[in-house]
Design a protein around this ligand. Structure first.
Ligand SMILES: [Zn+2]
Length: 290
């Protein structure tokens, strides 16, 4: 007789304990979830300039430099930034941010950190690609390089010594000319000595120039987007030119750089096995910072 009583008694105690345990587990899960969820964040609200407003928000100059480096592919900091635009820096506890989001109301650009197997931290868009594209070294199949990037060369037509801050690729008339990277057509017209010329803009800092073209690719208009490797025109000898060749310039922050030796950006991707995890974390962050 006393045994069942004890059992019943014990059961009466077990029931509330079970509920208590469930409640505790629930509480623990909620706490864990919210600690993962509660990303530490700081905002820069643009009122005057990025540097000024970042300083006001207590954002370090290193982070500002990083923001400019990453976002200059999508934002022209000298033209696009407006009062009311916002940068959100997420998960920055003195270390590299987990994510950085730019929001202008109309446009949102977000990047998320990912550390590759070599331990290199980089920022990628939610599609798993860096904002910077890759560049082709040579935008044409050429026979030979007829003039390299040099401070002084004797100009065959002007008969004088002039700098040549470009590469001349001797190629057959009508050879295809390729866009050296993803970009936007900035100019497409006859420009004096350059003849038929195309200017492509790649991010805020890079411009590539293709000159002496026989003609432009059909449908190529100012403001149109082009892909790396897309045919934009044909090799010719228009403008101040002695023979069929492509005059190619690479400009970085307005200065002509040697296209053959310049350290060109190369797009990186989050490796396929990590992509799903990377993207679900990125979506989680975006849900919290609309
Ligand atoms: Zn040239």
């Amino acid at each position: 007789m006393p045994l069942p009583t004890t059992k019943r008694h014990a059961k009466r105690h077990l029931m509330p304990f079970n509920i208590m345990r469930k409640y505790l587990l629930f509480l623990l899960a909620t706490l864990l979830f919210s600690s993962v969820n509660a990303f530490d964040s700081k905002s820069i609200n643009i009122t005057r300039s990025l540097a000024y407003d970042a300083k006001k928000s207590g954002i370090s100059p290193q982070i500002v430099k990083e923001i400019v480096r990453i976002f200059s592919w999508k934002i022209d900091f000298s033209r696009d930034l407006r009062r009311g635009d916002r940068f959100i820096i997420i998960g920055n506890k003195g270390a590299a941010p987990k994510a950085i989001i730019y929001n202008s109301g109309k446009k949102r650009v977000a990047v998320f950190s990912y550390v590759d197997k070599f331990g290199r931290l980089n920022y990628y868009a939610i599609n798993g690609k860096t904002l910077y594209p890759s560049f082709l070294r040579n935008p044409v199949k050429y026979r030979r390089i007829s003039s390299k990037f040099q401070r002084k060369r004797f100009h065959p037509i002007l008969k004088t010594w002039l700098p040549h801050r470009a590469v001349d690729y001797a190629a057959n008339k009508g050879s295809k000319v390729y866009a050296s990277a993803d970009g936007v057509v900035e100019k497409r017209k006859y420009i004096g000595a350059l003849g038929n010329a195309i200017y492509l803009k790649h991010g805020a800092n890079y411009v590539s120039v293709y000159a002496h073209l026989l003609r432009f690719a059909r449908g190529l208009r100012v403001g149109k987007k082009v892909k790396k490797g897309q045919v934009i025109g044909l090799v010719g000898s228009t403008g101040r030119s002695t023979g069929s060749h492509l005059h190619y310039e690479l400009r970085y922050k307005g200065k002509r750089k040697n296209p053959l030796t310049w350290h060109l950006p190369k797009q990186k991707r989050v490796p396929a096995p990590d992509l799903r995890r990377f993207q679900s974390q990125a979506r989680e962050i975006l849900r919290n910072f609309r």
